[in-house]
Design a binder for this molecule. Structure first.
Ligand SMILES: NC(=O)c1ccc[n+]([C@@H]2O[C@H](COP(=O)([O-])OP(=O)(O)OC[C@H]3O[C@@H](n4cnc5c(N)ncnc54)[C@H](O)[C@@H]3O)[C@@H](O)[C@H]2O)c1
Ligand SMILES: O=c1ccn([C@@H]2O[C@H](COP(=O)(O)OP(=O)(O)O[C@H]3O[C@H](CO)[C@@H](O)[C@H](O)[C@H]3O)[C@@H](O)[C@H]2O)c(=O)[nH]1
Length: 492
């Protein structure tokens, strides 16, 4: 594999700028599937790179350590030397963060493009030959044009004749299932203007992805499709969450409603699990970005349509917490509350935009003593997330427990906020015996056996159904058993 006959770029090495949740797993997968390629991941964060080069990887993702171990030092390298990475590779991925702007024009909605722009400027500075530059980050539509301008303006100013082909290749992996999603993607999307450059990237993916799953579009369709995919997924969660509120008032059970509508093949069963609210670094950020773009084009009705998805999510989080406070006799002051799960979903230690943040904040503002147990989240990361949201935390009120037993002992209530599988295996009778009475359990993921918990003595509040066996919809047991295969168990 030498140079591309037409583009004149070297095909044997790729570089990825940004060693985060996307850059790390994505490039590790490429290294595994393409042993003929050398893959270098560079990042300006030295601590992160050191951890990628150690046994203590900077992110928790099932299956990732095995792949890193198999490739690192052979055809997968992690480095802080961004300059060398750019000089030695002609195929460069940009997988840097694109958070919501926290100040200035578009604050709270627009994407902060400072990191992606800095990647463009750094490539302009160090590029010694023509390069393909691939947007892996999620970006607003037309970002490729901005990167192209930065690169070409600098090239012209320096009197050079190098070419830069910009491609959009958004990533659709979900955290917790990233390695599987990368191994067997529903599709790979490549947007570009130059067929030869598109084919260079398509040929890399074709090492393991069937060609008919590699979709090619123009640049703008590709950039926009990423925002729209997330907006549509989040919309489903907000839709079912809105219905969970109605179920609570009417005696319908949201799980039964989800099953009933999900069997319609036009609707489908996935992403219909009512929850305390969606979290994660992407959904809210990308919808707000879509809202901002629509507003910029004067599409105010379209913007407010999508804004509702985020508003409903905020409502769900605060209504859930309001119910906890109300049930505990309208105050949680000085009451110990056990929080099971702080991550935004299971199988990740990521807490960015986790719904647990608002729930814990509201409980603490009401005077509650929050004891968190999460199998993977570190208290430092939780505190950083509070700080990012400018929420002050009194560490006498926010305590991380080493075990679920420690969190639950003496608590007035257990609140389940993440759907970790191990939460299903606990001996809740043991927890109950050591809790204050009445002992409450609020299941923000609808994942536990509520009838069993009620038998133990808990007052159970689930999402989207009445409280207590007497008020709950009377679904005959055989109906539940007969149809239990219709919704996917475990993940979404
Ligand atoms: N997290 C996900 O599940 C996911 C999935 C799909 C898409 N995305 C998108 O992918 C992008 C990256 O997300 P992430 O979660 O991996 O972010 P991240 O914050 O985990 O990682 C980004 C990394 O880029 C580095 N970086 C920033 N600017 C740099 C520069 N100029 N030079 C070198 N390194 C630089 C940062 O130090 C950081 O380590 C975002 O646009 C996000 O929306 C994320
Ligand atoms: O039925 C559901 C499904 C999801 N969620 C919640 O929604 C959030 C997002 O979940 P998920 O989409 O599984 O995880 P992410 O890692 O945020 O992945 C989303 O965001 C990524 C970043 O853009 C995209 O690449 C993925 O395709 C997209 O699924 C989490 O808080 C989930 O608990 C629910 O409450 N109910």
């Amino acid at each position: 594999m030498g140079e591309h006959p037409k583009l004149g770029i070297r095909l044997n090495r790729i570089c990825c700028i940004g060693a985060g949740y996307v850059g790390g797993p994505t490039m590790a997968t490429i290294a595994l599937k393409c042993p003929q390629l050398e893959v270098v991941i560079v990042d300006m964060n030295e601590d992160r790179i050191n951890r990628w080069n150690s046994d203590d990887l900077p992110i928790y993702e099932p299956g990732l350590p095995e792949v890193v171990k198999a490739c690192r030092g052979k055809n997968l390298f992690f480095s802080t030397d961004v300059k060398k990475g750019i000089e030695e590779s002609d195929i460069i991925f940009a997988s840097v963060n694109t958070p919501t702007k926290t100040q200035g024009v578009g604050k709270g909605r627009a994407a902060d493009l400072r990191y992606i722009e800095s990647v463009g400027r750094t490539i302009a500075q160090y590029a010694n030959r023509s390069k393909i530059v691939i947007e892996k980050s999620t970006v607003p539509i037309k970002t490729a044009e901005a990167i192209a301008r930065v690169l070409s303006a600098n090239e012209t100013a320096n009197g050079g004749h190098k070419n830069f082909w910009i491609l959009s290749n958004p990533e659709f992996l979900a955290e917790g299932t990233a390695m599987k999603d990368l191994d067997e993607p529903d599709r790979v999307l490549i947007g570009g203007q130059e067929q030869d450059a598109i084919m260079v990237l398509a040929d890399i993916y074709a090492n393991w992805v069937p060609r008919d799953r590699i979709l090619m579009t123009n640049l703008w369709s590709s950039e926009l499709s990423k925002l729209v995919a997330n907006a549509m997924l989040a919309q489903r969660v907000s839709s079912i969450n809105s219905i969970s509120r109605l179920c609570e008032r009417t005696g319908a059970d949201v799980k039964e409603v989800a099953r009933a509508i999900g069997t319609d093949s036009r609707i489908g069963p996935k992403f219909l699990n009512a929850s305390v609210g969606f979290g994660g670094s992407c959904f809210q950020k990308d919808i707000l970005n879509l809202v901002y773009i629509c507003q910029q084009f004067g599409l105010d009705e379209v913007a407010s349509y999508w804004q509702q998805v985020v508003d409903m999510n905020d409502h769900q989080k605060s209504a859930f917490t309001g119910k906890i406070i109300q049930s505990l006799f309208n105050t949680v002051t000085k009451k110990k509350i056990a929080i099971l799960g702080f991550a935004f979903k299971k199988d990740t230690g990521d807490v960015r935009e986790t719904p647990a943040l608002m729930v814990c904040d509201m409980l603490m503002k009401d005077g509650g003593l929050v004891y968190v147990y999460d199998p993977k989240v570190l208290i430092e990361d939780a505190l950083t997330e509070f700080k990012y949201h400018e929420i002050e935390v009194n560490t006498d009120q926010f305590i991380f427990s080493k075990s679920p037993e420690e969190a639950c002992e003496g608590a007035h209530a257990i609140v389940v906020l993440t759907e970790w599988d191990e939460f299903k295996t606990y001996d809740y009778k043991k927890f109950y015996d050591k809790m204050m009475k009445p002992a409450f359990l609020f299941d923000g993921r609808n994942m536990l056996d509520h009838a069993e918990l009620e038998k133990i003595g808990f007052e159970v509040h689930a999402l989207g159904k009445g409280t207590g066996s007497s008020q709950r919809s009377k679904s005959p047991d055989f109906v539940m058993r007969a149809s239990s295969g219709l919704l996917p168990s475990g993940g979404y």
